[in-house]
Design a protein around this ligand. Structure first.
Ligand SMILES: [Zn+2]
Length: 372
C-alpha cells in the first residue's frame, strides 16, 4: 500500500513509500481492527515535522508515516471486538499509553509526564497518511454516518474539547460558575472549531484574528455561527473589553505567545485562560505589566491552564458537538474544509498549501484517500 512519509530531522523529506498492508492479527488479544483510510487532514504539525523541527521514526524504521487527523472505515475486526463491525466509520485517537508514567498506566496518556511520546504520525508510531492502518478497538471512536463528511475535523476538535474540560474541571472550585462570554484568540481551523464548541455551549463568543475583516472567510464563518470577529490590527484583546466587557473564558490558539499577557488582562474575576498554542520558537516579550497581572490573578481568583493532546472522552465530546452543530448550523462545518486533494500521491500539493496557507486562503487542507 501507499503511504506518505518523512525522514525525521531531514528538511523537506516528504515522499511516497510502499509498505505492506497491515494485519489486525498484530494485536494478539484479538482486539485489532483493520481500517481503510478515507480522509486525512493536514496541519501545521505535519508541516513542522517535514521542516525537521521534530518527529521520531518508529523503532526499526528510518522513516515516519505522517498523519494524525484521520477518518476511515472498518474492513476487518479481531475476534474480541464487539463494539465495531465491518463498514463502521471510525476516527482513531493519536497518543498511546506506551510511556512509563503513572498517567500512561491509568489510561490518561494525554497527561503523561514522560519526555518520550508515542503519537501516531508524530512520534515513534506511524500515522494515518496511508491506505490502511491497524489499531486496537480501544483507540477507535465510532462515527455516526451523518457526520462522515466532516469527521476528519474530529481530531483537531478533540484538543479543544480537552481544553474546555480542563476549564470546567478547574472551575468546579467555584461551586457555581455560569460563564457567559468568551474570547477566542486565533481564527484558523483550531480557532474556528473553538468558536463552534463554545457557541454549542451557549457562550457569547468573540473571535480575534490578525487579518482584516473584509473578504476574510474565517471572519464570515465566525459571524455565521453567531460570534463576532475583530482584527487585532484594529483592536487589542485587552481593549476589546471596553466594547464587549471582560471575558469569563479566553481560549488562546494563535501561536503568537506575547498575546497571552494581553489575554490575562482581559479576564473577568474568577475567569480562566486556556493556552493551547505550541510555540517552539524563542520569541521574547517585554513591557509586561507584571505587578498588575499578578494582582489581577491574586485578587480576582483568576486561573490559567495549558492543555495538549486529548483522550477518548474528548473525542466523544467532539462527536456530540458536531451533531449539535450540524443540527443548529447545517453546512457550517464543511465550509471549513476548503482544500481537498485526491490521492496520497498528490502530497506535494497538500504541503504547498500548508506552506502558503494565506496565499491559498486555506482553512483546512486534507487528502481524500478513498471516495466513500
Ligand atoms: Zn493537526
Amino acid at each position: 500500500m501507499k503511504a506518505v512519509a518523512v525522514i525525521p530531522k531531514k528538511e523537506n523529506s516528504v515522499h511516497l513509500v510502499e509498505m505492506d498492508k497491515p494485519d489486525p492479527a498484530e494485536f494478539k488479544d484479538g482486539r485489532g481492527v483493520l481500517v481503510e483510510v478515507l480522509r486525512v487532514g493536514a496541519c501545521g504539525t505535519d508541516r513542522e515535522i517535514n521542516n525537521a523541527e521534530y518527529g521520531v521514526a518508529p523503532k526499526g524504521f528510518d522513516f515516519l508515516v505522517l498523519g494524525h487527523e484521520n477518518f476511515g472505515r472498518v474492513v476487518e475486526t479481531g475476534k474480541n471486538v464487539k463494539e465495531l463491525k465491518k463498514g463502521d466509520f471510525v476516527v482513531a485517537t493519536v497518543r498511546r499509553p506506551r510511556g512509563s508514567s503513572i498517567y500512561d498506566k491509568i489510561g490518561t496518556q494525554d497527561f503523561t509526564t514522560d519526555d518520550k511520546y508515542y503519537e501516531r504520525g508524530i512520534s515513534r508510531l506511524h500515522g494515518f497518511m496511508a491506505e490502511f492502518y491497524v489499531e486496537s478497538a480501544d483507540f477507535l471512536i465510532k462515527i455516526p454516518p451523518a457526520l462522515a463528511e466532516i469527521a476528519v475535523l474530529l481530531e483537531p476538535l478533540s484538543i479543544i474539547e480537552k481544553g474546555l474540560k480542563q476549564a470546567s474541571d478547574i472551575q468546579e472550585r467555584l461551586k457555581i460558575w455560569r460563564p457567559k462570554t468568551a474570547a477566542v484568540l486565533g481564527t484558523g481551523n483550531v480557532g474556528l472549531l473553538t468558536v463552534m464548541a463554545l457557541r454549542m455551549r451557549g457562550y457569547e463568543v468573540h473571535g480575534f484574528g490578525r487579518n482584516p475583516r473584509t473578504g476574510y472567510l474565517n471572519a464570515e464563518l465566525c459571524e455565521a455561527i453567531g460570534a463576532t470577529y475583530d482584527s487585532t490590527e484594529d483592536v487589542s484583546v485587552k481593549d476589546s473589553t471596553k466594547k464587549y466587557g471582560e471575558y469569563d473564558l479566553v481560549f488562546e490558539c494563535t501561536g503568537f505567545s506575547p498575546i497571552i499577557f494581553d489575554a490575562m488582562q482581559s479576564l473577568n474575576e474568577n475567569g480562566i485562560l486556556i493556552l493551547s498554542s505550541v510555540t517552539g520558537g524563542d520569541r521574547k516579550t517585554d513591557a509586561v505589566p507584571s505587578d498588575k497581572i499578578n494582582q489581577m490573578f491574586v485578587l480576582g481568583n483568576r486561573a490559567m491552564v495549558g492543555t495538549v493532546n486529548a483522550n477518548r472522552e474528548h473525542f466523544e465530546m467532539g462527536v456530540k458537538d458536531f451533531a449539535l452543530c450540524e443540527a443548529m448550523y447545517p453546512g457550517w462545518l464543511v465550509r471549513m474544509m476548503t482544500h481537498k486533494v485526491e490521492g496520497l500521491e498528490n502530497f506535494a500539493e497538500v504541503f504547498d498549501i500548508l506552506e502558503h496557507s494565506s496565499k491559498y486562503n486555506a482553512i483546512k487542507a486534507y487528502f481524500e484517500v478513498k471516495k466513500f
